[in-house]
Design a protein around this ligand. Structure first.
Ligand SMILES: C[S@@+](CC[C@H](N)C(=O)[O-])C[C@H]1O[C@@H](n2cnc3c(N)ncnc32)[C@H](O)[C@@H]1O
Length: 221
């Protein structure tokens, strides 16, 4: 990939600093969708997912693939078209409805009796089921991901890396040490690539570097 950069060492000694206690409330995410300030959505999908899809799939077909915090990620459509089934969770109903509309997918919706206010929006063919609720309604994020992973299953996880003292987020800086402390007891963690993703937007945020860091987590215990 163009612009790839190994930034090993750049963050040594840095912790998440001013971001430590910052939380983006659900309302803030809903507002972003309502006002269309969805700079985080990649219309053409995430290049790292395209590049490492074979690593994730590892020759397997007919998988059930989970997209936590899915927004209207176009990769859900690609993977469904390849014969996998997709389950997503997203707090914004607008995002989910845009997903179905933009891909001309007929869908039906039904309540989820176990979770008050939650809805399941599913393609009529049944291969994409998107839950409209908070992921925290399901369980805490990491423990949920761990319970969903069977032995030898893989989890492709992308994080971002920058000086957290210069931008309050989102997106939030997640150091490798945090990935290790959250998943290290259950997974082998391999960093696949660090990509320089710095753009004018990041310069305006006051940053002088911005990396995407892709990991593959293999569930071993
Ligand atoms: C970084 S964006 C991911 C966007 C997605 N990749 C796309 O292409 O549209 C994070 C998404 O998580 C959603 N979100 C934030 N907090 C959530 C929560 N607690 N439960 C479910 N979804 C949440 C936001 O509305 C947002 O769409």
């Amino acid at each position: 990939m163009d612009g790839s950069a190994d930034a090993s060492g750049v963050l040594e000694g840095t912790d998440t600093g001013s971001q430590k206690d910052r939380v983006v409330a659900e309302e803030e995410w809903l507002r972003k969708w309502e006002t269309g300030s969805i700079w985080f959505h990649k219309e053409r999908g995430h290049p790292l997912l395209q590049k490492y899809l074979d690593v994730l799939l590892n020759g397997r077909s007919g998988l059930r693939i989970f997209f936590p915090l899915c927004g209207k990620a176009v990769e859900m459509k690609w993977l469904a078209d390849m014969g996998h089934s997709v389950v997503g969770v997203e707090v914004s109903e607008k995002a989910l409805k845009e997903f179905f509309a933009e891909h001309s997918l007929p869908f039906c919706e039904e309540p989820v009796p176990e979770i008050s206010g939650a809805k399941k929006l599913q393609t009529t063919s049944g291969n994409i089921a998107l839950y409209c609720c908070s992921i925290y309604d399901l369980s805490s994020y990491v423990s949920l991901m761990i319970t969903l992973m069977e032995k030898n299953s893989s989890y492709l996880l992308v994080t971002v890396s920058y000086d957290p003292n210069k931008h309050k987020g989102p997106p939030f800086y997640v150091p490798e040490s945090e990935i290790k402390s959250l998943f290290g007891n259950h997974c082998e963690i391999k960093c696949l690539q660090k990509v320089n993703d710095f753009s004018d937007k990041h310069r305006q945020w006051g940053l002088d570097y911005f990396l995407e860091v892709l990991y593959i987590l293999k569930f071993v215990t």
